[in-house]
Design a binder for this molecule. Structure first.
Ligand SMILES: [Zn+2]
Length: 289
C-alpha cells in the first residue's frame, strides 16, 4: 500500500473506472469535475517522467474526499498528460505539443463534459512550465467562450502572477496563501519538495539509492532565470535535470505538503461554488442571462 498514491494507477478513482450510467447519474445530480494537467518530462536521475501526473492525480483523490466531507460531490477526470515542455525541452523523455493543439483538445473535451451536465470543471496543473500553465488558462477561456463549458484553473496566486494573469481573472480559482517564495536557494524541479511528495505518494518509483547521494544543484536566482528560458539553457544550468536539493527530501515532508495543498484546494473550490451562482442553478447550464 502506498497511501494517497494508490499504486501506480493514474486511472484509480477517476471516471475512467465508472460506467456511463454512473457518470450520467453523477453529472445530473450536480457533481463537479476535477481534472489534472500534467506532462511527461524528465525529473532528474531519481524520479520518473510521470511525476507531474502522479502528484496532481493523488492530490485530486484527496481533494475529492475533502469535498465530500463538505457536501460537494466531485468526480475526477482521467489526467491530461501530453503537455508543454519549454524548460526540459532539450532532455530525453520530455515530450511537447504545440500550445494551440493542447488548447483545442481542451475545448473539445470541456465541451463534452458540459454536454454531460457537469456544473463546473476545476482544472489543476502538475507542471510549473509557464507556457504549459498559460495554455491551461487559454484552453479554459476558449472553451467557456466558445461552448457551454464552465471551468476554472485552480492555482496559487504566485503562479497566476508569474504567467501574467490578473488575480481577479474570472477563469481562476485561487488557492493557498499569497506569499513570496521561501528564502534560500530555489527548489523548483525534482528538488526537495517534489521529491518529498513522490517519496510519500509513490516510494516504489523513487530511485532511492541515487536520490540519497545527489548534491544540491547549487543554482541561485540568476541561474533560475536562465533555466526558465528553457531548452539548451536549462540543460546547461542543470545538466542532471534537477533544480533544488533532492537529498534533503523526506516522506514526512511530502505527507505534509500533500495534505496542505489538498486542503487549500478543497477550501478554494467550496468557496467558489458558494460565491458563484452560475455554478449552481442547473447542471451544465451557464447563467448567461
Ligand atoms: Zn515536476
Amino acid at each position: 500500500m502506498t497511501g494517497d498514491g494508490a499504486g501506480g494507477n493514474v486511472f484509480a478513482g477517476t471516471l475512467a473506472e465508472l460506467t456511463w450510467h454512473e457518470v450520467d447519474r453523477a453529472a445530473r445530480s450536480g457533481a463537479v469535475l476535477l481534472w489534472a494537467f500534467g506532462v511527461i518530462e524528465q525529473h532528474g536521475p531519481h524520479l520518473p517522467g510521470g511525476t507531474d501526473v502522479y502528484i496532481p492525480v493523488a492530490r485530486l483523490r484527496t481533494v475529492q474526499g475533502l469535498l465530500a466531507e463538505r457536501g460537494v460531490d466531485a468526480l475526477i477526470a482521467p489526467p491530461y498528460y501530453w503537455g508543454i515542455n519549454v524548460v526540459s525541452g532539450a532532455f530525453p523523455a520530455s515530450y511537447n505539443v504545440r500550445p494551440e493543439l493542447m488548447r483545442e483538445v481542451m475545448v473539445d473535451l470541456l465541451a463534452g463534459m458540459a454536454r454531460d451536465g457537469f456544473r463546473h470543471v476545476f482544472c489543476f496543473s502538475g507542471h510549473g512550465d509557464a507556457l504549459h500553465n498559460r495554455t491551461i488558462h487559454e484552453g479554459i477561456r476558449a472553451a467557456c467562450e466558445r461552448t457551454d463549458a464552465d471551468a476554472s484553473f485552480v492555482t496559487e496566486p504566485a503562479l497566476a502572477r508569474r504567467i501574467g494573469l490578473d488575480l481577479d481573472d474570472p477563469y481562476l480559482t485561487l488557492c493557498g496563501p499569497d506569499e513570496p517564495p521561501p528564502d534560500g536557494p530555489p527548489d523548483v524541479h525534482a528538488g526537495r519538495w517534489e521529491t518529498s511528495l513522490m517519496m510519500h505518494l509513490h516510494p516504489e518509483l523513487v530511485r532511492e539509492e541515487v536520490r540519497a547521494g545527489l548534491e544540491p544543484s547549487g543554482t541561485g536566482q540568476h541561474e533560475l532565470a536562465i533555466w526558465r528560458k528553457g531548452h539548451e539553457h536549462a540543460r546547461r544550468v542543470t545538466p542532471d535535470g534537477y533544480l533544488g536539493d533532492p537529498a534533503a527530501a523526506g516522506a514526512d515532508q511530502g505527507r505534509r505538503i500533500h495534505a496542505a495543498a489538498a486542503e487549500h484546494a478543497a477550501y478554494a473550490i467550496e468557496s467558489r461554488l458558494r460565491r458563484s451562482p452560475s455554478a449552481y442553478p442547473h447542471p451544465g447550464r451557464r447563467n448567461n442571462g
